[in-house]
Design a binder for this molecule. Structure first.
Ligand code: CDV
Length: 311
């Protein structure tokens, strides 16, 4: 009998700067109900799914900055998600901005939780690869201040055996780095869940603007294929406060093929039945790390470029 689980990707259209948590959570609840209607075991929401993508703004006022963060999960505002998940018997991945008081100071992370069908948080991930800059660049139409507002995640890339498979999590820019998928796969991941907010233009480095959507799928498809995993990549999409976010949310099979793809830049659900035994097969054959991977023969890496210095 194959181990098949049905997974949903709940893309979100834009979230306005002043949109309340209550309104946003209402949108998520609607998508969760739709996912249940389609027989999903699990639904994936985007990165920072509860607010507008606030790192695009230089925020001087700490209270305003903090207003975009969650101090507890669940909170009064997010509890309805957990309650509906229990009622429907559906798990979920939720990206959000996390604020904790630790070591006598505020610590902020770009985080995601994995919640099982009983409403329990079974896993937490804090984003490792933080893109953008930490300095004020007011001359650009929007900024990307993740390096200022978040600390680098300190939990590593975890995997969790839950809901009939082995789940791994990452967030947005992490998907561009092969190490992310490789580490998750080495830890047994069969499903990599990830949310993203990707602008169609990078004002301070427009080199690859024309390829934004191509690169989005390229990295997820390569990550899936080279590591024998399913990848569920879910966007925030559309014109959010003057910043155009690519959509293109996709469910990618371990073959590297996209099996479900969003067509709008709005709230939209995609779903697919994911046979997790395909992962086992791939990891036993072409991508058996044990049988074929030979890191001890790769040579010593000598620096950023890895070029061996002259004798
Ligand atoms: N939220 C992100 O991590 N966005 C980056 C953009 C800024 C390049 C991404 O990798 O999609």
């Amino acid at each position: 009998m194959s181990r098949s689980i049905t997974v949903g990707g709940a893309q979100l259209g834009p979230i306005a700067r002043n949109e309340s948590r209550q309104v946003v959570v209402g949108r998520l609840l609607e998508l969760m109900r739709e996912a249940h209607g389609r027989g999903c075991d699990l639904v994936t929401f985007p990165e920072l799914a509860l607010t507008s993508f606030f790192p695009r703004w230089w925020l001087d006022d700490e209270d305003e900055l903090d207003s975009f963060f969650e101090r507890e999960m669940p909170s009064a505002a997010t509890r309805p998600l957990f309650e509906l998940a229990v009622d429907l018997g559906i798990g979920f991945y939720l990206g959000y901005a996390e604020l904790v008081e630790e070591e006598g100071r505020k610590r902020r992370f770009n985080s995601a939780v994995l919640v099982d069908k009983s409403g329990q948080i079974v896993g937490k991930y804090r984003k490792v690869h933080l893109p953008g800059h930490a300095d004020n660049r007011p001359h650009f139409p929007f900024q990307h201040l993740e390096k200022l507002y978040f600390e680098v995640g300190d939990l590593g890339f975890g995997t969790w055996r839950t809901m009939g498979g082995v789940m791994g999590m990452c967030i947005c820019n992490d998907r561009r780095w092969p190490e992310t998928y490789r580490v998750l796969s080495l830890k047994g991941a069969e499903l990599v869940l990830l949310g993203y907010n990707t602008p169609s233009t990078i004002p301070w480095d427009p080199t690859y603007d024309d390829q934004a959507s191509f690169h989005n799928h390229l990295v997820m498809q390569a990550g899936a294929y080279q590591n024998g995993t399913w990848v569920v990549g879910v966007a925030k999409a559309g014109d959010e406060e003057g910043c155009n976010l690519i959509g293109g949310s996709a469910i990618v099979a371990p073959s590297g093929e996209i099996v479900a793809l969003c067509s709008s830049k709005d709230d939209e659900l995609i779903s697919a039945a994911c046979d997790l035994d395909i992962c086992v097969r791939n990891k036993d054959a072409m991508f058996s790390f044990e049988a074929h991977r030979r890191i001890e023969h790769y040579g010593v890496i000598t620096g950023q470029t890895g070029v061996t210095p002259p004798e």
